[in-house]
Design a binder for this molecule. Sequence first.
Ligand SMILES: O=C(CO)[C@H](O)COP(=O)(O)O
Length: 212
Amino acid sequence: MSFFVIANWKGIQNASVMENIYEYNHKKNVKYIVAPNYFAISKLSNLKNISLCAQNFTQNTLTGSISIELLKQFNVKHCLCNHADHYQSNYNPKSMIKACDENDIIPIIFVRDIYEAEKLSNLSKSGIIVYEPHEYIGKKDAPGANIIADKVMQIRKITNKPICYGGSLNESNYQQFIGFLDGLCFGRLSREKIFNQIIQNINQDIEKTIEV
Ligand SMILES: O=C(CO)[C@H](O)COP(=O)(O)O
């Protein structure tokens, strides 16, 4: 199985993200899933080194909407579901995950705790789970490796889907988590110039794990 590197740009598009993305060095055992803003999706839809991910979609085609059919036309393969930011709108995670499934879009399902993992992680045939505790979004540091490992172990009992971690990943903390996860989901760090270096480090770490 590949190790997933997920990048959520949110509503931001700075020079670094656009420069960096062409450099993501494709490796056999590492898969890059990038969730850019809607404008960038059309620009990036022909890139071969990444898998495109939508940040959201609407379940209608009303004025101002972005439907899942539209996203598929631009080669979108994934969609973030139940991200903490979705909580601000009238959002129904179960229906969004099911809509992804029906449209062959792989949902990236965010769960903040075991209760959400139980509720959401097995609604779709495919999918990637991101354990992301809300209190660790936009902070200086993530929880300790033992705390994350313990939660991941509990989620693995609930689902066979790959499990990633997201929330306050930074240059100094992400490497300690690689060994017990199936991927990492980056917010702020994915929009920094240094993210290319982070990607190279992850590639090397994964290569080493496979050699062992
Ligand atoms: O989108 C995110 C990545 O999982 C999330 O909101 C965390 O953002 P960050 O704390 O800036 O990494």
